[in-house]
Design a protein around this ligand. Sequence first.
Ligand SMILES: CC(C)(COP(=O)(O)OP(=O)(O)OC[C@H]1O[C@@H](n2cnc3c(N)ncnc32)[C@H](O)[C@@H]1OP(=O)(O)O)[C@@H](O)C(=O)NCCC(=O)NCCS
Length: 140
Amino acid sequence: MIRDARPADLEQIIAIEHENFNRPWSEISFLNEFKKNKCDFLVYEENGHVAGYIIFWYILDEAELANIAVGKKHQRKGIAAKLFNTCLKKHPEVSMIYLEVDKTNTGAICLYERLGFKTTGNIKNYYGKDKDAQRMALSL
Ligand SMILES: CC(C)(COP(=O)(O)OP(=O)(O)OC[C@H]1O[C@@H](n2cnc3c(N)ncnc32)[C@H](O)[C@@H]1OP(=O)(O)O)[C@@H](O)C(=O)NCCC(=O)NCCS
């Protein structure tokens, strides 16, 4: 089931974030997402537990995929694709979606290419010294 994230989910969300990222978002960063207006913060719940989440910022016809992660034991079951497609369905007005991804994150880049994203450029040192980002965009 996909539903809005709640503050009570934060412990599980943060555990998934730490399991997946070397530079995880802080608790404060996640808490701030609850206060934003033009933001979908959704979780995929399975058997009462959070298996993954997405943070999708939108304004007019543009959006930014700000964060997406799935717990390691739940990966490759289509959860990220379902979370992303739920955001698309909620915002038919959105026609361009942008994101940045670590250039070495081949799994995420495969997901984004599968969803139709194209690489539009690189951002040097985006994640720290010599840690470049790949900028990607999806035109709908
Ligand atoms: C990237 C991530 C969100 C994908 O989540 P997921 O639920 O496993 O992805 P899905 O099952 O929806 O994948 C859909 C398709 O994307 C592609 N894909 C997803 N993960 C992949 C991987 N690790 N390697 C290769 N292709 C992958 C595949 O084509 C997959 O379809 P298939 O399983 O039928 O081959 C997950 O691996 C993750 O949480 N990674 C760590 C966090 C992260 O890097 N987030 C992105 C930050 S920019």
